[in-house]
Design a protein around this ligand. Structure first.
Ligand SMILES: [Zn+2]
Length: 405
């Protein structure tokens, strides 16, 4: 009847984060509501487990003796680990169906063990006998539950001290994790969050990305790349993008030129971005300018001397500076006639970021369609050479107008 059971559900009846909603909800239920029995219930033919088993077996074939969980995030990481345990237990002659069926049981115990390992309130309640933790498997065909009792690890886990770091958090710290096409494309909001966190670590000098080993290199080489963010940045040697965002190989797809600019709709920057957002399924594009940009300074000086005109240009550099001097002109107009050369150049950095975003939307039907449908998000930013921090600018103010025109 309603009111009798407090039910927590997710794909694969798993727990992946000690601070996640499953653990928190259970602590609430056993603490505040006083429930005394916690039942972890798997079921036969569980799609999440079958999927994770197939993923695990496919990875095992490709990466030989590679660690199967290393390229999978969150839920799938844990479930692939379960499939691995089941496969190891059953031996090499086991079929996918046999492994997946046994993995359902392994997974029930793993979820129970997770709760005993990582939740202090639950450990206390179970130790004192106030709460009991039991497992079961529901059979889709017969409708019967096979009651499994306590986890075989129950006693040992309660006797040992609480572990502080669940495997998923270990991965979040970058210990053995590279992105590959086996990861789903990352939502722009999630990618932006990673970029912001990475930049904070860089600015604080607490970087993590140095830990890149042969195993990770092998995963990228054999499985491929699936970068979560594409960056259009400046060629300036003081703005090394992978370092600034504390990312690993495989994380970001980077295009750089002097002044992080797009001057040709048919040029290599636009073409590379079309490739990245289509073939590699990257969903976040970041256009990153930086303070004290030499290309912008040069273009501002050129503009103030009377402009570069419309060509013909003596060399490619003149063409580049001419494109940027239009940016300086806009910056000058926005600031008013009293602005100094330095003020114009500083403001032009921001104008230029938006100008590049606008040129990407205007120059490529492909990118424009993806932005319009929400598949791709283009954000701007300015890296500060002094602080090491990125000022996040959001979308171009022109985006709405450009997409509707
Ligand atoms: Zn620059």
């Amino acid at each position: 009847m309603p009111g009798e059971i407090f039910v927590l559900r997710n794909a694969g009846n798993t727990c992946t984060h000690a601070e996640g909603s499953m653990v928190g909800s259970l602590e609430f239920c056993t603490g505040k509501l006083g429930s005394r029995l916690v039942m972890v219930l798997g079921h036969t033919k569980c799609g999440a487990i079958v999927g994770a088993t197939q993923t695990y077996l496919a990875m095992k074939d490709k990466a030989e003796k590679g660690s199967p969980g290393s390229a999978l995030e969150g839920l799938l990481t844990d479930l692939a680990g379960v499939a691995e345990k089941a496969a190891t237990k059953l031996g090499k002659d086991a079929t996918v169906e046999q492994i997946a069926a046994y993995a359902v049981k392994v997974n029930v115990f793993q979820t129970m063990d997770f709760l005993l390992k990582f939740s202090q309130p639950l450990r206390d309640a179970v130790s004192s006998g106030k709460v009991d933790l039991q497992g079961g498997i529901y059979d889709l065909e017969t409708g019967k539950v096979e009651f499994l009792g306590r986890s075989p690890q129950h006693g040992a886990l309660l006797a040992s001290s609480k572990s502080s770091l669940p495997p998923s958090m270990d991965l979040a710290l970058g210990s053995a994790f590279v992105r590959t096409p086996q990861d789903p494309p990352m939502a722009p909001e999630a990618a932006l969050k990673l970029m912001k966190e990475g930049n904070e670590r860089f600015a604080h000098g607490n970087t993590l990305a140095g830990k890149f080993d042969g195993q990770m290199r092998k995963a990228l080489a054999t499985i491929g790349q699936a970068p979560h963010t594409a960056i259009v940045g400046c060629a300036d040697s003081r703005v090394p993008l992978e370092l600034v965002f504390d990312v690993l190989p495989g994380d970001v797809f980077v295009m750089r030129n002097a002044g992080n600019t797009v001057t040709q709709a048919r040029g290599s920057v636009v073409g590379s971005l079309e490739f990245c957002t289509a073939a590699l399924k990257t969903r976040l594009v970041l256009v990153l300018g930086h303070s004290a940009c030499g290309a912008i300074k040069g273009a501002t000086a050129t503009y103030l001397k009377g402009g570069a005109g419309g060509g013909p240009f003596k060399g490619a550099l003149e063409g580049l500076l001419a494109g940027l001097s239009a940016v300086a002109e806009t910056a000058h107009k926005e600031l008013g006639s009293k602005a100094s050369e330095k003020e114009i150049a500083d403001h032009a950095v921001k104008v230029n970021v938006f100008n590049t975003i606008n040129n990407l939307i205007k120059g490529s039907t492909d990118i424009r369609d993806k932005v319009k449908s929400g598949q791709v998000e283009i954000q701007g930013g300015i890296y500060d050479l002094d602080s090491g921090r990125v000022q996040w600018l959001g979308r171009s103010p022109e985006q709405g107008k450009l997409l509707s025109s």
